[in-house]
Ligand binder design. Structure first.
Ligand SMILES: *Cc1c(COP(=O)(O)O)cnc(C)c1O
Length: 378
């Protein structure tokens, strides 16, 4: 029987404890595990290598992403850097030109020191991807929708092209969450998440996740996870499991509100980046690979001055980095998530001085629109 994602959210996170019947996963505060047999050791020996609570979380994320092997890390960047550390000196990666600021920093400042190099490519252009391939290229790294302009990459088409050249396809699925998009079903080999965002959903912890169906890739990722040690702690795993139960209801409502808000901004005459709008480049591709436009949109208010006024006058959202929380979060990418980028790179990526990113929370959409409307009045 194939289970609906709604059922999976609950079943994968509600593992009944055989000892007590407790319906919530026990928090196993144990860094080491007694071995019953001198010669044959049990499934768990040391918590960096594995802990029963984390195991439930890792199995849950694997199930939600329609994969077989899940891994939880202390942050999204720990997850991403662990995946990228499976590559070796001399390897080359093709990376979506609009990539999360932390990933950009890792690719630019850290991996080249170990001989792992990359080229940024406009993933909307398939022939550009093929042209950028080198003899040493080993993987393509997709982020769709991208941050903060919500640019769309065609996961299935890029995966087909990459596989023709024996490349591994990695997809950062943070913006959609596993509830709205499943890159492994579209051909990706590895999915990464900042679980800090929608999966945790309450702006109260940091976490990262990796999922794959491929056993060989899973072995490589596990080796790095255990060797580098950036694993997710037990309490945070438990909080994450609790949050995942409501992922569907949160994301569905937040996305419906984001659609309404995006339409309102567009109707008011502003340039809006939101993959649920017909005017958005890649709208059709996005519609074919995701259930909705998601909960994040960006709006260009024309100038830094108008963006500043908007932030100073709005009353409901918090002004902050991050996204995917129950509260609406407005951020200013040029000075926050993308502060690492040069002025030239900002302009090339469409991150204009008036661009605000809005992660829509669970407040009433009409209240938010009323607040945004007054924040824009002179
Ligand atoms: C936040 C984010 C990350 C990094 O995750 P952390 O949990 O902050 O380390 C990676 N990718 C995307 C798309 C993100 O939004």
């Amino acid at each position: 029987m194939t289970e609906s994602d709604w059922t999976k959210l609950i079943r994968s996170t509600t593992k009944i404890d055989p000892l007590s019947g407790a319906i919530n996963t026990p928090i196993q505060f144990s860094s080491t595990f007694d071995q019953q047999d001198f010669d044959h050791f049990g499934e768990f020996d040391y918590a960096r290598s594995g802990n029963p609570t984390r195991q439930v979380g890792e199995d849950a994320i694997a199930s939600l992403e329609h994969g077989q092997h899940g891994f939880l890390f202390s942050t999204g960047m720990a997850a991403i850097s662990s995946v990228l550390l499976t590559f070796s000196q001399g390897d080359h990666l093709l990376v979506s030109k609009e990539v999360y600021g932390g990933t950009y920093r890792l690719l630019n400042e850290i991996l080249p020191r170990y001989g792992i190099n990359h080229s940024y490519v406009d993933f909307a252009n398939l022939s550009a991807i093929e042209t950028a391939m080198q003899q040493t290229t080993k993987a393509v790294y997709i982020e769709t929708p991208s941050n903060p302009t919500l640019a769309i990459s065609d996961i299935a088409a890029i995966s087909r092209l990459a596989h023709k050249h024996n490349l591994i396809v990695i997809a950062d699925n943070t913006f959609m969450s596993p509830f709205l998009q499943n890159p492994l079903d579209l051909g990706a080999d590895i999915v990464v998440h900042s679980a800090t965002k929608f999966l945790a959903g309450h702006s109260d912890l940091t976490a990262g996740a990796v999922v794959t169906k491929d056993e060989k890739l899973a072995d490589k990722i596990y080796f790095i996870q255990n060797a580098m040690g950036a694993t997710l702690g037990i309490t945070d795993t438990w909080l994450l499991l609790r949050s995942i139960k409501t992922l569907g209801v949160r994301v569905q409502r937040e996305a419906a509100s984001a659609q309404k808000i995006a339409e309102w901004f567009e109707h008011e005459g502003w340039r809006v980046c939101y993959p649920g709008l017909k005017s958005h480049l890649g709208y059709e591709i996005h519609r074919s690979q995701a259930k909705s436009g998601g909960a994040v949109l960006s709006v260009d208010l024309g100038s830094e001055q108008t963006a500043r006024q908007f932030v100073e006058k709005m009353t409901i959202p918090v002004f902050s980095v991050s996204l995917g929380g129950v509260e609406t979060i407005v951020s200013y990418p040029p000075k926050m998530s993308h502060a690492e980028l040069s002025a030239e790179d900002l302009a090339a990526d469409g991150i204009t001085p008036g661009l605000l990113r809005i992660s829509v929370g669970l407040e009433d959409a009409d209240d938010l629109i009323a607040d945004f409307s007054q924040a824009l009045e002179d």
